[in-house]
Design a protein around this ligand. Structure first.
Ligand code: 4AD
Ligand code: MG
Length: 430
């Protein structure tokens, strides 16, 4: 039976078999060092020519970077080793001798690395990010389940827009056309009326022509919706989700966060909760004082979010944006209908928006009016308006972008590193 490198600490003093790849190697005439990885971790294997014998030594000489290999040997505790252990190699079984590996030790530009994404994922840094992503995804799901939300997947093929018509991907649908989902929210409004509280978590598509460090054309979003929830309860739910998620990552990924060089200060502040809540109007005033030329009534740009978040030591909620710049489904504030009962959550350290949420319009005539103001085709929203005809209730929800959350928690410069195979404005390969 083979052993996972991640579990090697339980095997000190024992003989193990490791099935993996030769991440790196170095050899003098008498001693060879193999950096082995198996996907779960890394360990250094050491082979001394005189001890392993001619045959094993000859096999080691054939190995190249990223050759797949099965190695057997003795696990030794070694304080100098990064993992705390070393492997004294006894037997080596090459599985495939790799051709010259394109990713070397020298610096590569992002284009080269993205073209080789299928291989780049093997690097320690990328693998660390993927492990953190996995934990974040499971934390999202665990949290929603703990809070009594039922997973109700929204469809990907959709007949209409949710977040505005400009950035829809159109696809042929037999003799008709369809759009790839921009958001599962409208369907969550239906499922939450059936089940009380529901969420979906899947890929989302936007043909935004944005070439920024925050935009993918295909990204994953968790969207929650709850009947009878108001906008303030919605905000608290978002805060609790983010606190829980960051707690999980801090508890499970000290190693990966260190590998990524992540400064943990803001993440530690985050798990204390108490995220500041700033109204849109106040945010605009603060931004203007900080030198932004944003004007009241305008949406915050990426740069504005960056400046603003640097003022806070943890995530910050911005609420009550003007209805005019927000989606058709947002409930206006009953005390001043120019503002919506909505919020964004901006991640600190310049990261900016990771969540958008709101209370939803629950009155049929107001919804009709909003659909027409947004020049959306009323016929496509027949079923959605039914939700306001048959037992309409106040309800609210939000969507959290997975990749932006991963980028912030891992401290990455760009969302392209947060997903195994990023889809960007000018990239759909590999
Ligand atoms: O603010 P958005 O557009 O909100 C919605 O789609 C709502 N229907 C959600 C809801 O209330 N159910 O998107 C929500 C989040 C953003 O805050 C961001 O994290 C992420 O989705 N997002 C993107 N992530 C990567 N690339 C893009 N192009 C993104 N667009 C949005
Ligand atoms: Mg938004």
């Amino acid at each position: 039976m083979s052993t996972n490198i991640a579990e090697i600490s339980a095997k000190s003093g024992q003989k193990v078999e490791i099935r993996g790849w030769c991440h790196n190697l170095r050899s003098s005439g008498k001693i060879a060092f193999l950096q082995l990885r198996d996907g779960t971790g890394r360990i250094q294997g050491v082979a001394v020519k005189n001890e392993v014998g001619e045959q094993v030594w000859a096999l080691i000489q054939k190995l190249t970077i990223e050759s797949s290999v099965i190695v057997r040997g003795l696990v030794r505790t070694d304080e100098r080793a990064p993992s705390g252990f070393e492997l004294t190699i006894e037997e080596v079984e090459p599985v495939q001798i790799a051709e010259e590996y394109p990713i070397g030790k020298k610096e590569h530009g992002p284009d080269f690395l993205l073209n080789n994404r299928h291989l780049w994922l093997r690097s320690e840094r990328q693998a660390s990010i993927m492990r953190v992503r996995d934990t974040i995804e499971f934390a999202f799901r665990d949290f929603m389940r703990q809070r009594g939300f039922v997973l109700a997947d929204s469809p990907i093929f959709t007949p209409s827009a949710c977040e505005g018509t400009t950035d829809l991907f159109e696809v042929k649908y037999f003799d008709d056309k369809a759009y790839l989902s921009q958001s599962g929210q409208l369907y969550q409004e239906a499922t939450s009326a059936a089940l009380g509280k529901t969420y979906c978590f899947g890929p989302t598509f936007r043909s935004e022509k944005s070439k920024t460090r925050r935009h993918l054309t295909e990204f994953w979003m968790l969207e929650a919706e709850a009947s009878y929830m108001n906008w303030e309860e919605n905000i608290q739910l978002q805060e609790d989700l983010v606190v829980f998620t960051v707690q999980q990552v801090l508890a499970q990924h000290e190693c990966e966060l260190t590998e990524l060089g992540r400064d943990l200060t803001h993440l530690k502040n985050t798990i204390a909760g108490n995220f500041p809540r700033v109204s849109y109007t106040e945010a605009i005033e603060r931004l203007q004082k900080l030198g932004s030329d944003v004007k009241a009534g305008e949406d915050l740009g990426g740069d504005d979010e960056t400046i603003l978040t640097k003022e806070f030591d943890r995530p910050v909620f911005i609420h009550h944006y003007p209805s005019a710049i927000k989606a058709f489904y947002m409930e206006p504030d009953p005390t001043d209908s120019t503002y919506a009962l909505c919020n964004d959550l901006l991640a600190p350290e310049g990261y900016g928006e990771i969540i958008g949420g709101s209370q939803r319009v629950s009155d049929l005539s107001l919804l009709k009016q909003r659909i027409s103001e947004h020049k959306l085709p009323e016929e496509a929203f027949g079923w959605y308006m039914d939700l306001r005809r048959y037992g309409s209730v106040p309800h609210a929800g939000f969507g959290i972008g997975l990749e932006r959350t991963v980028a912030w928690i891992c401290g990455l410069e760009h969302v392209r590193e947060t997903i195994p195979f990023p889809r960007l404005l000018n990239r759909i390969n590999p």
